[in-house]
Design a protein around this ligand. Structure first.
Ligand code: MN
Length: 257
């Protein structure tokens, strides 16, 4: 099959780079914090079973405990009530897990305003320069927010008025869900919605509208700065958790150099 032969040649020639978009997963990986009346997601924890010792002389291994939505992770449609009859993470077709990406860089705007919201007009202007969003692909929203992922406090960036992190306006989320050809939205922040999105109409519009339309989310991505605006191919690999609403995922990008 010539396409895969070309791919193999490009990999051995070094003209195809694999970029890791995945955050390191440790007990310090930032997690979402909801108001105290709600259930909370778990931080990632390793529990050692044995380490070349009496518990297992020749082998090292761990159990782990984590939230489905901890670290770099995939949001399935059934994560939100609007998508409750939609796919669980185990049912997402593998053909959706390998897909092209458009990378929209608004890191300069976000550096000036942590509450920056992507609007439909921003996306339309981007399309004027780079062409239409990829059918069956991802919109990856680059904000530079991965720079704060070493610190729970800086990553959530909350004050008395709540968290201040970038996202999409409700109008833009609706357009992305209902009118654009993408299968999902990827962000660098703790979730796909803006920090202030609990007060939007509808509440958390990226979750509500995207999952209601059967679309997906990828969050806490890193290294989007290494991707071109168009032409990268994303490989997202959530665990196939039956009935799962999402999963930590290794997310890779294939980039031609
Ligand atoms: Mn999530």
């Amino acid at each position: 099959m010539p396409i895969l032969q070309d791919l193999i040649h490009a990999m051995s020639a070094g003209s195809l780079e694999v970029v890791d978009l995945t955050a390191r997963l440790t007990s310090d990986t930032p997690i979402l914090q909801l108001p105290p009346q709600f259930g909370q997601t778990a931080t990632f924890e390793l529990q050692e079973i044995s380490r070349y010792d009496d518990r297992g002389p020749a082998w090292y291994w761990n159990n782990f405990r984590t939230g489905e939505h901890t670290g770099t992770h995939f949001d399935a449609p059934n994560h939100w009530v609007s998508g409750k009859d939609g796919e669980d993470v185990a049912s997402v077709p593998p053909s959706k897990l390998v897909a092209p990406a458009a990378v929209l860089d608004f890191s300069a705007e976000v550096a000036a305003n942590a509450d920056f919201l992507l609007e439909i007009d921003h996306v339309k202007a981007w399309e004027q320069t780079h062409g239409p969003l990829p059918a069956g692909g991802w919109l990856l929203f680059r904000t530079g927010w991965d720079a704060w992922s070493h610190s729970q406090e800086e990553f959530l960036n909350a004050d008395d008025n709540g968290p201040h992190t970038p996202g999409l306006s409700a109008e833009c989320a609706r357009w992305l869900a209902e009118e654009s050809p993408v299968i999902g939205l990827g962000t660098e922040t703790v979730g796909t919605d803006a920090g202030a999105a609990g007060g939007f109409e509808p509440m958390f519009p990226c979750h509500n509208l995207m999952h209601g339309a059967g679309k997906y989310g990828l969050t806490q991505l890193q290294n989007l700065a290494e991707l071109p605006p168009t032409g990268a191919v994303i490989v997202a690999s959530p665990l196939r958790i039956v009935r799962g609403s999402g999963s930590p995922a290794r997310v890779l990008a294939l980039v031609e150099r």
